[in-house]
Ligand binder design. Structure first.
Ligand code: FES
Length: 152
């Protein structure tokens, strides 16, 4: 009785089927992980300013965090009424800073970093000042914020 030669066509088909199944499984596992890890595409304002709301809604000695593209920014109306804006990314370990009206300057809660109203690092671990942003108020009372030319 003769042995049957291996059916190479069937084995090849099964290898292809199993390989395809493994590739599909790997894709099904990797895709949600990559979607979670990679930041979503956010359009950066390219030289254009972001409307950060009405000046009338930002009383003196207050501040709020806004979005400037993918970057958080802090908008502050100092006690004299002038509006300033900075990157809200702490220069120590990138926590988001906030304005503290009780002490009158910018504060990072992560490691008790302090910045003055010029964005200068004045105490705590932050090694550098905050990036200053351009601010102007249009004729309708809108606060417009943009990155300065030449900053990235
Ligand atoms: S991240 Fe801001 S002080 Fe450390």
């Amino acid at each position: 009785m003769a042995d049957h030669p291996p059916d190479e066509g069937r084995r090849g088909f099964l290898r292809l089927l199993v390989g395809g199944w493994i590739a599909s499984l790997a894709g099904a596992i990797a895709y949600p992980i990559l979607r979670y890890i990679l930041p979503p595409p956010v359009s950066e304002p390219s030289g254009g300013a972001v409307n950060a709301g009405k000046l009338a809604e930002l009383p003196p000695n207050s501040g709020r965090v806004i979005r400037l593209g993918s970057m958080p920014a802090i908008l502050i109306r100092v006690p004299t009424g002038e509006v300033r804006a900075f990157s809200a990314v702490c220069t120590h370990l990138q926590c988001t800073v906030q304005y503290r009206s009780d002490i009158g300057h910018i504060w990072c809660a992560c490691h008790n970093g302090h910045y003055d109203l010029e964005g200068r690092n004045i105490s705590g671990p932050p090694p550098k000042p905050l990036e200053r942003l351009e601010v102007r108020v249009d004729n309708d009372g809108n606060i417009l914020v943009a990155r300065k030319a030449g900053t990235a």
